[in-house]
Write a protein that binds this ligand. Structure first.
Ligand SMILES: [Zn+2]
Length: 129
């Protein structure tokens, strides 16, 4: 992986098995686009740009890999506001939102259950104060 002043945030060169990221990006964006290009590499994608459907599929897989449920549950146990969760995960907030939006129903249920436990804990704290 190297950083160069390229126009798009990331590129994957299959022939060289190399990922180029645009230099000067924020750490959070760099991590996001590195995950994206790694999925292209794992899929042996040769074209610079796939179809929109293929790119959405790559983006979903990249977000899943960057934010497995164990990481989301860890972060949401510490913080509930999305921008703070994104900060903990060192990823862009809009990408956390993308991951949550694309989450499997069972994953959404896990996060809702965590939210209920947290809210109950807050209620218990208020009642004992
Ligand atoms: Zn792509």
């Amino acid at each position: 992986m190297i950083r160069l002043p390229i126009a798009e945030p990331g590129r994957y060169y299959h022939g060289r098995r190399a990922i180029v990221l645009r230099s000067g990006m924020l750490l959070e964006d760099e991590r996001r686009y590195l995950w994206h290009e790694l999925v292209h590499a794992d899929r042996n994608d040769r074209a610079c740009h796939g179809s929109i459907a293929a790119e959405v599929s790559v983006e979903r897989e990249a977000a899943r890999r960057a934010m497995p449920m164990s990481s989301l549950l860890w972060a949401f146990q510490l913080e509930w506001q999305r921008h703070l969760v994104a900060s903990l995960l060192k990823l862009p907030e809009e990408w956390v939102q993308f991951r949550l939006h694309a989450a499997h129903p069972a994953e959404k249920n896990q996060l809702r259950a965590l939210h209920r436990v947290r809210r109950q804990g807050e209620t218990d704290e208020q009642e004992s104060a």
